[in-house]
Design a protein around this ligand. Structure first.
Ligand SMILES: Cc1cc2nc3c(=O)[nH]c(=O)nc-3n(C[C@H](O)[C@H](O)[C@H](O)COP(=O)(O)O)c2cc1C
Length: 508
């Protein structure tokens, strides 16, 4: 028999199935996971932007027990364009049913969803993310990263990460918050010195405002961007666990610097060499180039693996580690494993447009595929690997046929004008505009509009009002040994799971 006092006490506990009980169960699950720690992978499938590492690829990798990573770059554009293309398969709408603010979801869907597709209309422009973005820009970016991570995590218990570029600072706050709302397990950041991320992750996990100091050219004061999750989503903020943070570095010296202070210390490192796909750090010292105009790297650009091991945090090696022998070599050298990109860019689940992927596979098997490290292509000024393929921007005729336009602006950097107001510039925008904003005309030479080209790579390219179709520019790593060897046994291509199985085949 239950006495009245006990009954009252019992009544204070939430009923099974009630909202408070569900929140409590979720909280316990998250706390337990924090205590136990997330699994440490041997293979990290690298984040490849834009949307080459999409949720389909990351999900397949995560299902094998390794770390599947979605690219966090430009996910506002990716979701806006996929919605305008009709959200085939209802994937976005399925994910957004789990987003904590139905009001935000309905605003985004109302603005971008076109159930029957665009019927030839151009994509509608979207608000850019600056230091002080509009609510519409924040909401779109937030649901973009939430959706990508949520879908990558759907239907399995594996681990998923999101890759971000330090250079794209104005997109970081909303991308990180959206990913954390979807329960992301790892955040990985390169292309700069990612010293602000550990604190940001702690702050968001505690439900506090996240802040980021933003680099502004000619700044006469400090610029800080901030995002308050409670203001955005209300007091009933879902519990968010703090993901692991891996800093992508090229040298042990930078790793040692980040390790020195608890506020900027990551949970581990990816040590990426210059052959890796995408951007890489320039050579140390004054840059000199070979006869093909590619930066020359030397011994002082190699990370000291002994020094990396001495730091005591787990590290993974990246850049030309896409074969079973290289994986075994990395582990023998004290690494926790490797991060591989190029091998997965060829995989069936990669976001690359099917015709482009099959074309690459064909050139690979014919032995004609080559990748150049171009020090000018990226407006970020970091060397960028570009596959030489006819009909893409690597082809001088295709490059010359493109009239410059900067209508997406992910790689723009903020500049303080003489009157103290802010403007944003990108070395790939029309020369006269770049110069008007105080840039040097010489900086614009040879730059590619990576925003438009990389979206074209994944089938989300723009057709301008005048009929011009944005052309792709494909980045791959310069070491093609992995794809070449796997193509011998899988001439029609391979799945992510087959690539993982092969990569692990020399491990004990
Ligand atoms: C198509 C492609 C796009 C990439 N994009 C990014 C990116 O957006 N951010 C990033 O940190 N690394 C990027 N990378 C690098 C990969 O994440 C990975 O570290 C690298 O590919 C490893 O070297 P590998 O290409 O020799 O396997 C990209 C690589 C490729 C092939």
């Amino acid at each position: 028999m239950v006495r009245t006092g006990e009954c009252k006490r019992f009544a204070r506990y939430p009923r099974i199935g009630s909202r408070p009980m569900l929140r409590y169960r979720r909280f316990m699950k998250v706390t337990l996971r924090q205590r136990v720690g997330v699994t440490r992978p041997v293979i990290i499938q690298g984040g490849m932007g834009i949307a080459v590492s999409g949720w389909k690829l990351a999900r397949e990798v995560a299902r094998t027990g390794q770390l599947g990573v979605v690219s966090g770059t430009a996910l506002d554009s990716v979701i806006a364009r996929r919605l305008q293309d009709g959200d085939k398969g209802h994937h976005i709408r399925r994910a957004l049913r789990h987003f904590p603010s139905p009001a935000i979801v309905s605003r985004v869907l109302e603005r971008y969803l076109r159930v029957g597709g665009r019927e030839g209309d151009p994509y509608r422009p979207q608000p850019p993310l600056g230091i002080d973005p509009t609510p519409a820009a924040i909401e779109l970016a937030l649901v973009g990263s939430f959706t990508e991570v949520w879908l990558a995590k759907e239907g399995h218990a594996g681990i998923v990460g999101i890759n971000l570029l330090e250079k794209i600072q104005t997109a970081t706050l909303s991308a990180v918050l959206g990913a954390m709302l979807a329960g992301v397990d790892y955040v990985l950041m390169g292309a700069g010195i990612p010293r602000q991320l550990p604190k940001l992750l702690n702050d968001f996990a505690a439900g506090h405002t996240g802040e980021l100091s933003v680099d502004v050219t000619n700044a006469s004061r400090t610029y800080t961007a901030s995002l308050d999750p409670v203001e955005l989503l209300g007091e009933e903020l879902p519990v968010m666990h703090r993901p692991q943070f891996l800093a992508i570095v090229s040298l042990h010296v930078l790793a040692a610097f980040l390790n020195r202070n608890d506020e900027i210390k990551p949970d581990g490192f990816i040590v990426e060499g210059p052959l890796a796909g995408g951007h890489s750090a320039p050579p140390r010292g004054k840059m000199t180039c070979d006869e093909e105009g590619q930066p020359i790297y030397g011994a002082k650009d190699d990370a000291d693996l002994g020094a990396m091991a001495a730091i005591g945090l787990p590290f993974w090696l990246a850049g030309a580690y896409g074969t079973p022998e290289r994986v075994a070599e990395a582990v023998a050298a004290g690494a926790a494993g490797v991060q591989v990109g190029t091998l997965f860019a060829f995989a069936e689940e990669s976001g690359l447009r099917r015709d482009l992927r099959l074309g690459l596979l064909q050139s690979l098997t014919e032995g004609t595929l080559s990748v150049r490290n171009d020090p000018r292509a990226s407006p970020t000024n970091f060397p960028f690997k570009i596959a030489s393929i006819a009909g893409t921007l690597s082809d001088p005729a295709t490059y010359a046929a493109r009239e410059r336009i900067c209508d997406l602006g992910f790689l723009r950097t903020p500049v303080e004008r003489e009157d103290g107001r802010l403007t944003y510039r990108c070395a790939s925008e029309p020369e006269h505009m770049y110069v008007k904003k105080g840039g040097e005309a010489a900086d614009t030479v040879g730059r590619m509009c990576l925003c438009n080209a990389l979206l074209a790579d994944v089938g989300l390219g723009k057709v301008r009002k005048n009929g011009y179709v944005e052309q792709p520019a494909i980045t791959l790593g310069q070491d093609l040994a992995g794809p070449e060897r796997l193509a011998e046994t899988h001439p029609d291509g391979w799945t992510a799971a087959e690539a993982i199985h092969w990569l692990k085949s020399r491990l004990p």
